[in-house]
Design a protein around this ligand. Structure first.
Ligand code: C5P
Length: 232
C-alpha cells in the first residue's frame, strides 16, 4: 500500500468543489468528502467525483446501533468509494456489523477506518463529559486495538500517535492522519500538528490536508509540496 495525500474538500457546495478541483489540470488527487459537502450535495457529489477519476475517502463517521450501521454501510458500499469510516466508540460489535454491511457479494469492500477519540476531545472533557478516567493515549490505543479485532483496516489518528498505533496494531494497520501543516504555515485551530515530512518519518500511511491546500494562494503548488515531502 502506498502513501498518499488526501485533500479534505471541506466545501459547502458542488460548485465550489469543482471550481477548486478544476485547478488540478491533468491530476486526480485523492479527496475526502466530509459531512459538510455530503449533507449539502448527497450521493451525487460522490458519483461525480468518482466519474472524474478521483479516489474518495467518504468521512461520515457512522455511530449507531449495529443493525443501522450495517445497513447504512451496505448503501455506502454501492457508491464504490475507496475508504470510509466510523466511530470506534460504537463498540466492537458495531464495527463487525459495519464490515458485514460494507462487504459486497464478490467479497470486495472499501477500506474501513475507525475514529478513536476525536482530536477535539482532551483528557479533561473525556473525564468530565464521558466519564472515562483512563489516560487519553491509552484510550486511543485501546480503541485502535478494538478496531483491529473487529477486522477494520486502520484508524484516523493524530500524526503524533501513528507510530504507537503501528507498534500496537502492526505495520499493516493503516494510519490516516489529519493535523498536517507546513513548517512555515499557519496552524489555525489544529493543536497537535506535524509537517508532511515529519508525518512520513513517523509512519503515517495517508495524510489528510485541508486548509494548507484549499486556502493556499496556489493550491496545486501546495498539494505538490505535500506530495514531495510525504510521498517521494
Ligand atoms: O483544514 P485542515 O487541514 O485542518 O483539515 C483537516 C481535516 O481533517 C478536516 O476535514 C477535519 O474535519 C479532519 N479531521 C481532523 N481531526 C480529526 C479528524 C478529522 O482535523 N481528528
Amino acid at each position: 500500500m502506498g502513501r498518499d495525500v488526501i485533500i479534505a474538500c471541506d466545501f459547502d457546495s458542488a460548485e465550489k468543489t469543482f471550481a477548486f478541483l478544476d485547478k488540478f489540470t491533468g491530476k486526480k488527487p485523492f479527496v475526502k468528502i466530509g459531512m459538510e459537502l455530503y449533507y449539502a450535495e448527497g450521493p451525487a457529489i460522490v458519483k461525480e467525483l468518482k466519474r472524474r477519476g478521483h479516489k474518495i475517502f467518504l468521512d461520515l463517521k457512522l455511530h449507531d446501533i449495529p443493525n443501522t450501521v450495517k445497513k447504512s454501510m451496505a448503501v455506502l458500499s454501492r457508491l464504490d468509494v475507496d475508504m470510509t469510516n466510523l466511530h470506534a466508540a460504537g463498540t466492537v460489535r458495531m464495527m463487525e456489523a459495519a464490515i458485514e454491511g460494507l462487504t459486497r457479494e464478490d467479497g470486495t469492500r472499501p477500506l474501513l477506518i475507525a475514529v478513536t477519540q476525536l482530536t477535539s476531545t482532551d483528557q479533561e472533557s473525556m473525564e468530565k463529559d464521558l466519564l472515562i478516567k483512563e489516560d487519553i493515549a491509552e484510550v486511543v490505543m485501546h480503541y485502535a486495538h478494538n478496531a483491529k479485532i473487529a477486522g477494520l483496516d486502520g484508524v484516523v489518528c493524530s500524526p503524533l500517535e501513528a507510530g504507537k498505533v503501528h507498534d500496537r496494531c502492526g505495520e499493516e494497520f493503516i494510519t490516516v492522519t489529519p493535523g498536517v501543516r507546513f513548517a512555515d504555515g499557519d496552524i489555525g485551530d489544529q493543536k497537535r500538528v506535524m509537517t508532511p515530512a515529519q508525518a512520513k518519518v513517523i509512519g503515517s500511511d495517508y495524510i489528510v490536508v485541508g486548509r494548507p491546500i484549499t486556502a493556499a494562494e496556489d493550491p496545486v503548488a501546495a498539494y505538490e509540496r505535500c506530495v514531495a515531502e510525504f510521498c517521494d
